[in-house]
Design a protein around this ligand. Structure first.
Ligand SMILES: [Cu+2]
Length: 473
């Protein structure tokens, strides 16, 4: 009763100001990724006023790498808009006065020429207004469609608009907004400093970065998505492109339900869902056990070498029946196995001070060592020896150069604990090797040795793989 009266009152108030429509007027709630506006509780259509701004701004695309993004609302992807089937939208697009380019918006939720593109074409320092009615429920991509269209999209100008069906969406515990995009920079992946857009690479579809939410690490570490065991999660997952389709997968999860291409067709028990450029899906799943669930584009080099990787941290009690964890581990080294090498083509870092060496070395560590030796340098008992306060390391830093450059195998003792395994030779430049060892030796209570690229070069020329005594292999 109360709610109805209130709704009627709102309707009357606004009927005065908006003669054309009987509908109550409300302001849209817009959110930046990965957040989603709350579910719509209205049981009737409204006139929804949307105020969105295009902004061109420099942001980090990766640690130490800057890029000039063009955005809807200051983020990549742009702000999430949530409306209801039958709503009439009054869309105000403002282009910030500091912009160098005109911009517009093509919403795939619009029935009309260009999806609103021509009507919303806006020069810097201007605002355009147009109206549309949301006839079809679904999750729709919006993007800039100003020439050269590919360039505006490649610079990050896309986002999602959700048109909830009249009956609403089933209730879930968590909703998140993620969008993939491919990026083309003058420098290679990870090359430091400001990187300009590269049109040639974009035309060749030769992406340097493939990203979730506009940056390497936008959804990892303390920016990971979160959920609790037993909760249901709904991902509104879009693909801005401009070029690449996404093979979207969550490692260790199965989607209970996917709205294929974000339409009304439901698929169930899905491992990997295709999301076309300029398309979307909604994926729902219940999280059954705790842990880190990694979102990837399963075109997998994109995940591990171009940035298409995000995380969902699930908290709560274990269920050993659903997932036991490792129940045993023994070393398996077949006859004839040899030290292999992991290639690496990261750009080399020329450091001019110990501080620089530490900074670059930390990045090399995160990219090349951390998977085995762990972020805290403590390793994993029985598998990877500690580098933190390691007597093996501190006794002979020159030997550590050999370990990284040439690899190591056979039984060793580190701080009293025995290891008998293989460390592959790391194909790092002399600079990267010097930096990472300087970082390691000056962190976690180690002895403070500084390693120079020259010393590394010397060991590269004169050293060889370390096969420790007593090795049966
Ligand atoms: Cu634009």
């Amino acid at each position: 009763m109360k709610l109805k009266t209130l709704v009627a009152a709102i309707g009357m108030t606004f009927a005065l100001s908006v003669q054309a429509s009987e509908l109550p007027v409300i302001d849209a709630v817009l959110t930046s990724p990965p957040m989603v506006p709350p579910p719509i509780s209205r049981d009737h259509a409204a006139k929804v006023v949307v105020k969105m701004e295009t902004v061109e701004k420099v942001m980090e695309i990766a640690d130490g790498v800057e890029y000039m993004f063009w955005t809807f609302g200051g983020s990549v992807p742009g702000q999430f808009l949530r409306i209801r089937e039958g709503d009439e939208v009054e869309f105000h697009l403002s282009n910030h006065p500091s912009s160098k380019m005109p911009h517009n918006i093509d919403l795939h939720a619009v029935n009309g020429p260009g999806g609103g593109a021509a009507a919303s074409f806006t020069a810097p320092g201007h605002t355009s207004v147009f109206n549309f009615k949301a006839l079809h429920p679904g999750l729709y991509v919006y993007h800039c469609a100003t020439a050269p269209v590919g360039m505006h999209i490649a610079n990050g100008m896309y986002g999602l608009v959700l048109v909830e069906p009249k009956e609403g969406l089933p209730k879930v515990d968590k909703e998140y907004y993620v969008m993939q995009g491919d990026f083309y920079t003058k420098g290679a992946y990870g090359e430091q400093g400001f990187q300009a857009f590269d049109m040639d690479k974009a035309i060749k579809e030769d992406a340097d970065y493939v990203l979730f939410n506009g940056a390497v690490g936008a959804l990892t570490g303390d920016k990971a998505l979160t959920a609790n065991v037993g909760e249901t999660v709904r991902l509104f997952m879009g693909n801005g492109g401009p070029n690449l389709a996404s093979s979207f997968h969550v490692i260790g999860e199965i989607f209970d339900k996917v709205n294929v291409e974000a339409g009304t067709l439901e698929n169930h028990n899905v491992q990997t869902s295709l999301i076309p450029a300029g398309g979307a899906i909604t994926a729902e799943f219940k999280v059954d056990v705790p842990g880190n669930f990694i979102m990837v584009d399963h075109s997998i080099f994109r995940a591990f070498n171009k940035g298409a990787l995000g995380m969902i941290n699930v908290d709560g009690p274990e269920d050993k029946v659903i997932y036991s964890g490792k129940v045993s581990e023994t070393v398996y080294l077949p006859e004839g196995s040899a030290v292999q090498s992991i290639p690496n083509n990261r750009p080399k870092q020329a450091a001019s001070s110990k501080e620089d060496q530490m900074l670059y070395g930390k990045r090399v560590y995160e990219a090349n060592c951390q998977a085995c030796h762990q972020a805290d340098g403590k390793g994993i008992p029985g598998a990877f020896p500690p580098l933190a306060k390691s007597d093996f390391l501190n006794d002979d830093p020159t030997r550590a150069i050999d370990v990284v450059v040439h690899g190591l195998k056979g039984p060793i003792k580190v701080n009293g604990a025995a290891f008998d395994s293989i460390m592959p030779a790391m194909a790092l430049s002399d600079e990267d090797t010097a930096n990472v060892l300087t970082y390691v030796l000056n962190t976690w209570d180690n002895n403070g040795t500084v390693v120079s690229p020259k010393e590394v070069k010397k060991r590269r020329d004169s050293g060889k793989p370390l096969v420790m005594e007593g090795s049966a292999h």
